[in-house]
Design a protein around this ligand. Structure first.
Ligand code: CP
Length: 319
């Protein structure tokens, strides 16, 4: 994949996935993002770095956080932004994806931010667009959600100050989660001391232990002494059969409640990529509680996406 997403000098051209990326590149993204965090606090929340560039948001799947923070990130960099409405586009009249992209290329756009229900769709697009176009993966099927992973890493670093010595648990529907895959790759590249996945057997991918994670089927045991908890929702839209008895029963065994927080360190943080399903994977008191950094993740998403857009467009180096 890196032969597609890096140029021949090893710099980011596209941002398609975390797997296989260098540690120094991930750290550069986090450093550049840090330099953009203060833009939010300026009276005029803008820097002129992407003036004259055009970013197109192409979302073939629903999104709240990713689409809006990409739009805000592009606007804060002074780019022009097109939010392409797939449901009212000419793809509904039989136009192919590639023909649609060719037409957007003809409008001299610079970056396509793509979310697609099919794993690998963003790689296909990156291989077929003109060399002047940059592709950023905003989530492809079960495969990867690399900008979410980078904002998760940013939030962990912001709260914990370092990656080594950390024990991180990812809880829930690992099987269908592109966030879990990207987070596992990122945590592993950045060198945390332990990555745990906690889920019922039916929601774990076959051979997940080969990704370098410790597998737990029991929530209380898996959470003991962790520093970071990343909760995931049940991704029913990707389940082809009933993998669970009921949401109520799932909450009983895998829901993060205040009582369950007793086994984790008092300084541990609770994360969730959203959308959250209250009373299914997380209790409201935990989602809204003092250890939750769920909304901090959303805020950080703007600076992280600014960094990734600026770096793929080559207007900012790896520093
Ligand atoms: N975390 C995330 O991808 O949320 P959205 O689906 O709302 O973009």
């Amino acid at each position: 994949m890196n032969t597609i997403q890096l140029d021949n000098q090893g710099r980011l051209k596209h941002f398609l996935g975390i797997e296989g990326l260098r540690r120094d590149l991930l750290l550069s993204i986090l450093n550049v993002a840090k330099s953009f965090i203060t833009v939010d606090a300026q009276v005029v929340k803008k820097v002129p770095l992407l003036r004259g560039k055009t970013i197109v948001n192409l979302f073939f799947e629903p999104s709240t956080r990713t689409r809006t923070t990409f739009e805000l990130a592009a606007k804060r960099l002074s780019a022009d932004v097109l939010n392409f409405n797939i449901s009212t586009s000419s793809t509904s009249k039989g136009e192919t994806l590639i023909d649609m992209l060719r037409n957007l290329e003809a409008m001299h756009c610079d970056t396509f931010v793509v979310r697609h229900e099919a794993a690998g769709a963003v790689h296909f697009i990156a291989q077929h667009v003109s060399p002047s176009i940059h592709i950023i993966n905003a989530g492809d099927g079960w495969h990867e959600h690399p900008t979410q992973a980078m904002l998760d890493m940013y939030t962990i670093l912001q709260c914990k100050g370092k990656f080594n010595h950390l024990k991180v648990a990812i809880v829930g529907d690992i099987l269908h989660s592109r966030v879990a895959r990207s987070d596992i790759h990122a945590l592993s590249i950045l060198g945390v001391s332990e990555i745990r996945v906690i889920a019922p057997k039916t929601l774990l991918p076959f051979g997940v232990e080969h990704l370098g994670v410790k597998v737990f089927n029991h929530l209380r045991t898996g959470l003991t002494d962790v520093d970071v908890v990343i909760m995931l929702r049940l991704q029913r839209e990707r389940m082809q059969s009933a993998l669970l008895p009921s949401a109520h029963e799932y909450f009983q065994y895998y829901g993060l409640t205040e009582e369950m927080l007793e086994v984790i360190d008092s300084s541990a943080i609770i994360m969730h990529p959203g959308p959250i399903n209250r009373g299914v994977e997380i209790a409201s008191e935990v989602a809204d509680g003092s250890r939750s950094v769920i909304l901090q993740q959303v805020t950080n998403g703007i600076a992280v996406r600014m960094a990734i857009m600026a770096m793929t467009l080559g207007v900012i180096g790896e520093g």
